[in-house]
Design a protein. Structure first.
Length: 362
């Protein structure tokens, strides 16, 4: 086929992205009798998207899906400072358990991964490593392979190496999209409906700056698959979609050394040290409320002029207590994986070790 020839596809529903979002939409539509194709830009059979790398805990704002919808909705409002869209909040709160039960019906297995209510539904077998990544044959990998097999059985398919680039519109209606394959071949999809589930814009430094997430994205270690370049958002905005609330992200606090050490992401977390300790910038001053949450602090760190410049200060009681709280806690896994922990008998000795300005009042 000449390189310029356009490959043409036709289906009822065309889905962009073969992560959990895209595969769930595709499978439920195929089971309802629609002809469905999923277009995935990556070429590997086990493409490493966020849904494959996930820790696999199905929680909402670090709490249980078994709670009544109104409790869950209140929790979402609190966790998002009231900025969440009310209709979306209610949809998530009302449908989360139903969605989980649907996944179970598709053969996805869950187990309890800890004593807390939010750890009740964790993909089995779990992926949670103490440090580094460990996803093959478990958790999200198994989930995506199960969903793809079910989609095939329902008559749908995943086309790999197909990147969506532009929505096709007719009379203000979306009638498909155009893109390019990994081999540089243009393609066009003629569809009654398109679902965009491309995983976001975390890999696009300009978008991260434009939405106020970080002035220095290169100094923020992201604990994700680096597959979302924001194509879906751009495609939707090009045909008139509006966007709100893109200035915050879900993330956790990592060791600064994770910028150079692959064993230090996505685990262990420093969230529990942060919540119980003090976080200071290079001037030795606090800049955010540590007690709020690790996710809140991850956002505050990313917004610093130099996101990798902060330190968390804690004592031995924190290191031996909250520092050991989880299976992938900082103590002992951060140092085992090569992360830096400075130790000193006084605050001023610690300041000297860590390169902070002099601190008085030992
Ligand atoms: C290390 C880690 C741990 C996590 N732990 C948890 C957890 O315990 N609990 C929890 O609830 N969440 C967790 N998450 C978050 C959760 O995994 C994600 O929110 C979820 O998997 C996102 O699914 P998705 O389908 O939206 O996106 P993705 O899984 O990222 O899938 C999007 C797909 O779209 C493809 N794509 C992108 N652009 C295009 C394009 N232009 N054309 C075609 N295809 C495209 C990408 O290649 C990708 O395959 C974790 C995430 C990570 C990285």
């Amino acid at each position: 086929m000449p390189a310029s020839a356009v490959i043409r596809y036709r289906c009822d529903l065309a889905v962009v992205g073969a992560g959990l979002g895209g595969m769930t939409a595709a499978l439920s539509a195929a089971q309802a009798g629609l002809s469905v194709r999923v277009f995935e830009k990556l070429g590997d059979a086990r493409h490493l998207c966020n849904s494959r790398l996930t820790g696999g805990i199905f929680h909402i704002a670090l709490d249980s899906l078994l709670d009544p919808p109104e409790t869950i909705a209140a929790r979402i409002r609190a966790a998002t400072d009231g900025t969440a869209e009310p209709a979306l909040t209610d949809a998530v709160a009302g449908d989360a358990l139903r969605a989980l039960r649907w996944l179970q019906q598709q053969g996805i297995r869950f187990m309890r991964s800890g004593r807390d209510p939010w750890q009740q539904f964790t993909l089995a077998p779990p992926s949670l490593p103490q440090f580094g990544r460990r996803w093959q044959g478990r958790s999200g990998d198994l989930m995506l392979r199960t969903l793809e097999a079910r989609l095939g059985a329902a008559g749908g398919s995943v086309l790999r190496g197909h990147r969506a680039e532009q929505l096709l519109m007719r009379d203000e209606r979306c009638v498909g999209f155009a893109g390019t394959t990994l081999h540089g071949q243009p393609f066009a999809v003629d569809a009654h409906a398109v679902v965009i589930a491309d995983g976001g814009f975390q890999t696009n430094p300009l978008a991260l700056q434009a939405h106020g997430i970080s002035p220095e994205p290169a100094q923020v270690k992201q604990r994700n698959a680096q597959t979302g370049y924001g194509d879906g958002l751009r495609m939707a905005q090009q045909v008139g979609a509006a966007a709100t609330g893109l200035s915050a992200f879900y993330g956790h606090v990592l060791s600064r050394d994770s910028l150079h050490n692959e064993l230090l992401w996505p685990f262990p977390w420093a969230d529990d040290l942060v919540r119980s300790g003090l976080v200071v910038g290079p001037d030795g001053r606090r800049f955010a409320d540590e007690g709020h949450s690790g996710v809140y602090m991850a956002n505050a760190l990313a917004r610093l002029p130099d996101p990798a410049s902060a330190l968390v200060i804690f004592d031995d009681a924190v290191w031996q207590g909250p520092g050991k709280l989880r299976a992938m806690s900082a103590n002992p896994f951060m140092e085992r994986a090569g992360g830096t922990v400075h130790r000193a008998p006084t605050l001023s000795a610690l300041a000297a070790l860590a390169g902070l300005p002099h601190v008085s009042g030992d």
